[in-house]
Write a protein that binds this ligand. Structure first.
Ligand code: 5HY
Length: 259
């Protein structure tokens, strides 16, 4: 099977971190195809960045569907039973829109991480980057029905792209915030609130002694499970393929069509 792991921000080095984590946990029969959005913010750190990221995300999904079409996989496109998508951004931008675009399973890393954490502890804390993005995760907690599991959403107040700057002290700040969460939030697990933290699971797990869940790797394994169960996105109701209609202006080429 194939999993298209899409970074909706436009920073290729972050995609490399994400892809390496995905490949590290992927099963032998799973091909990880990583994609970096070709349009939008270099990092997604507010509502505007997130909204603007969806066009680049949709383009990446269109490109993936073209790859599947070029492989002659019309059956797979129609049934969504041999490939999946992961949206590798903790805001799960465009998750439902992408689910309309495919019959394959689509996992958002925040949804995947929160569900994984709920299987492992009765309470978890989220540790993300900038304080202003906490509310995005808080909205997802409510949307996913996780209010009883998520004790608190915390932030280290570092920009996303500082995560891979050794001089930023990001590792130490994330560890310290996780320790505070475990001490103060009555949490017994940690959810990493940024795709760029995907490479920190081993370091944090060793130091914290509790389950540390990264959404990229959780989403990859959930995607494998769903494809393995021969399950895909329902095309009945609101997640049916988008209604055919013209689109105008710069989005003309995004008009819904079926391959
Ligand atoms: C992410 N932003 O996972 C989110 C994390 C965040 O560019 N990739 C981004 O801090 O909201």
């Amino acid at each position: 099977m194939r999993i298209y792991v899409i970074n909706p921000n436009t920073t290729a080095s972050m995609t490399a971190t994400i892809a390496a984590a995905a490949r590290h946990v992927a099963a032998p029969g799973t091909e990880i195809i990583d994609m970096t959005s070709g349009a939008g913010a270099v990092s997604i750190e507010c509502h505007y960045d997130e909204a603007m990221s969806i066009v680049g995300l949709a383009q990446a999904v269109k490109n993936a569907n073209l790859i599947e079409e070029q492989r002659g996989n019309r059956e797979g496109i129609a049934t969504g039973r041999d490939h999946a998508f992961v949206i590798a951004c903790f805001g799960d931008p465009g998750l439902l829109a992408v689910r309309e675009l495919t019959a394959a399973p689509v996992l958002g890393i925040a949804e995947a991480a929160m569900h994984a954490a709920s299987f492992l502890a009765t309470g978890f804390s989220v540790v993300t980057t900038l304080g202003r993005t906490r509310v995005i995760a808080e909205h997802l907690v409510r949307n996913y029905g996780m209010e009883h599991h998520c004790r608190r959403v915390r932030a280290i107040d570092l920009p996303v792209l500082e995560l891979d700057n050794p001089a930023s002290g990001a590792r130490a700040r994330i560890l310290a915030e996780c320790e505070t969460a475990l001490r103060e939030d009555n949490s017994a697990a940690i959810v990493l609130g940024c795709a760029g933290m995907a490479d920190l699971v081993a370091f944090l797990s060793e130091n914290l002694g509790v389950p540390v869940i990264d959404g990229v790797t959780a989403a990859v394994k959930f995607a494998e499970a769903l494809v393995g169960l021969n399950l895909g996105t329902s095309k009945k109701g609101d997640l049916a393929f988008p209604l055919f209609k013209p689109y105008k202006g710069s989005l003309t080429d995004f008009a819904p069509r079926h391959v």
